[in-house]
Each structure stands twice: as structure tokens, then as C-alpha cells.
Design a protein around this ligand. Structure first.
Ligand code: MG
Length: 261
């Protein structure tokens, strides 16, 4: 074999190694609002994120809102202790602790914890659509992306949203970050045409549109399903080899995945 052929073979081998290490492992378990259930942690707390990372899960999901005075905070509902987050200042929100004594986390605090001793867990960042205006939601998304980039966590973060405009806004400022659409009303080809790289739909959407599973795979659209807590539905999704499965029951899902092997 001459030298050129040896080099060619070497680079082909190298390319294959790089590509196979980039490919997403199937059936990655994503803890919905962190891994909170078994230890009775509050949802979306730092403790629930830490537990997801310690369990070495493929991902941990959380929800982002922006306060009236522009702080990004982690909470599921639009309200926190009966206060509408978007119309309340940060200082007034943190007067109330979470049930485990934690302060309402900011995005900065959450991501900082998410980077600590974390080799496996993707930070799945849901940007909540604004209850005030579409524009406000898009601005929240831009601020979240800016914060995550400043903390150098963009490589371990993906963004999800029910608001398609929010995802398109993120795509405008970041051509490569992973985006997954939540609403369940667009086909894989439709999202691909808008440069959205994944779909994360309620599992019932895939039961109604089983053809979207193959369509997503054929178009290299990441597949994720929420919120899969029932063992039979877990088994159905596992058999269909989704990239990710979002659940409130990560331990049970891990067990079901092991059973299938
Ligand atoms: Mg969420």
C-alpha cells in the first residue's frame, strides 16, 4: 500500500470514530423537572437536578421564566406562591422558599450546578411562552441563551419550547444548538424545513402519528416523548428506539430499558 492509501485509510477510520461518538445513544432517560419523585424533592429544584446528574441520566429538564425585573428563574407554573412570575420582582419571589428550604433557583445558579461533576447529563432547558406577549417570550429565550453561553454550558444544553417562534428566535442567534419542539402539531419534515433539530411530543401524538417516528429518523430529527410514566407506554417507546424519553419515573424507566436488553 502506498503512503497516500495509508493516509486515506487512516482518515476514513478517524472520521468513522468521530461520527460514531457523536451519534446519540437511543433511549436516553430525561428526568422531567429533575429527578424529584423518589426523594420527595421539589420539582425544578437544584436538589432534583443534582439527583438526575448523580443517577447519570441522559438529561434533566427544567422550566425557565423571566421576572418583571428581568431575572431568569426556574419554576414550572406561571405562578410561584400565587404571584405571577412575569409581573413580580425577583426579591419578592424569593421571600418564599421551596419545600426543601432551597431558594427559588435562578438560571445562572441552576446551570452552574448543572456543570458541576457532570459528564453525562444534558441540560434540557424549556423556555416558557410568555403570558404577556409573544415578544416577551422571545426576549426571555435570547436572555437564557446569552446566560448559558456566558457560563460556557451551551455544548451541554438543548432548548425546548411549546412556542415555535421562540425556537426560531434561538435558531437565528445560534445555528447549531439542539432545539426540540413540544406542541405536537408539526411533522418532522415541517420542523426540519425551519431548521428545528428535534421533536419532543406527548407520547399520544406518536400513537396517533406512528409514521412520524420513521419520518423523524429518515430526516435526522431527534425524537423525544413526554411524560412517559406508565410501564407499558415506556416499553412501546423503548421498542421504537427514541433518542430520549422524558419521565417522572427515571428509575422505573431505567429498569424497563434493562429488561429489554
Ligand atoms: Mg417543562
Amino acid at each position: 500500500m502506498n503512503k497516500i492509501k495509508v493516509f486515506r485509510a487512516f482518515f476514513l477510520g478517524l472520521t468513522l470514530v468521530i461520527f460514531s461518538s457523536c451519534s446519540v445513544k437511543k433511549n436516553g432517560v430525561v428526568a422531567h423537572r429533575g429527578a424529584w419523585k423518589t426523594n420527595n424533592f421539589p420539582e425544578n429544584s437544584i436538589a432534583s437536578l443534582r439527583h438526575a446528574i448523580d443517577l447519570k441520566l441522559a438529561g434533566s429538564e427544567f422550566d425557565v421564566w423571566r421576572t418583571a425585573d428581568d431575572s431568569l428563574v426556574i419554576n414550572h407554573d406561571a405562578h410561584y406562591n400565587k404571584l405571577l412570575i412575569e409581573e413580580t420582582n425577583y426579591e419578592d419571589l424569593i421571600k418564599f422558599k421551596l419545600s426543601n428550604g432551597e431558594k427559588l433557583p435562578t438560571l445562572r445558579e441552576y446551570i452552574t450546578e448543572g456543570k458541576r461533576n457532570n459528564k453525562k447529563t444534558l441540560l434540557v432547558c424549556e423556555i416558557k411562552p410568555s403570558e404577556i406577549s409573544k415578544e416577551r417570550g422571545k426576549k426571555t429565550a435570547l436572555k437564557a441563551v446569552e446566560t448559558i453561553k456566558k457560563l460556557k454550558a451551551d455544548k451541554i444544553t438543548c432548548y425546548i419550547s411549546f412556542d415555535y417562534e421562540i425556537l426560531k428566535q434561538i435558531r437565528q442567534v445560534d445555528p447549531v444548538t439542539a432545539l426540540q419542539y413540544l406542541e405536537g402539531n408539526k411533522s418532522p419534515q415541517e420542523v426540519k424545513s425551519d431548521n428545528i433539530s428535534g421533536i419532543d411530543y406527548h407520547y399520544s401524538v406518536f400513537q396517533k402519528h406512528p409514521e412520524w417516528i420513521k419520518e423523524a429518523k429518515d430526516n435526522h430529527i431527534t425524537l423525544n416523548a413526554w411524560t412517559v410514566n406508565d410501564a407499558n407506554i415506556m416499553d412501546w417507546i423503548i421498542e421504537n428506539k427514541f433518542d430520549y424519553i422524558t419521565t417522572n419515573e427515571p428509575e422505573l424507566l431505567n429498569q424497563r430499558i434493562k429488561n429489554k436488553k
